[in-house]
Design a protein around this ligand. Sequence first.
Ligand code: ZN
Length: 136
Amino acid sequence: MKPTHIEHIGIAVKSLDESIPYYENILGLTCYSVEEVKEQHVKTAFFMVGKTKIELLESTDPEGPIGRFIEKKGEGIHHLAYAVENLESVLAETEAKGIKLIDKVPRQGAEGLSIAFLHPKSTFGVLTELCEDKNL
Ligand code: ZN
């Protein structure tokens, strides 16, 4: 694989309402979208920094992945997402190299991207997401 850039950084927060003002008023970024991803039990808020987005993740269910993450580790960086092309073949190639995949086939993420996660046990502790924007 050859990622073109960091697509986004996913950050777990307890509350979008409480954290968005920090990103807007202190960092001077603009929240351009708030979206609920029901299957993931999260509400997301997006900011653009150059080509990279900041994705804030608020849990809508304590048993969901972000709810459990915050319970265990508190608020903070949750995952790193790389932009790639040909996600399906990238996944096959990555698995063939011995990396554990969470998603063997791409699924739909926020903003209509195709996404898949690699297992943090294979990535030195960083939950890694690969994204492909098929609208490009
Ligand atoms: Zn993400």
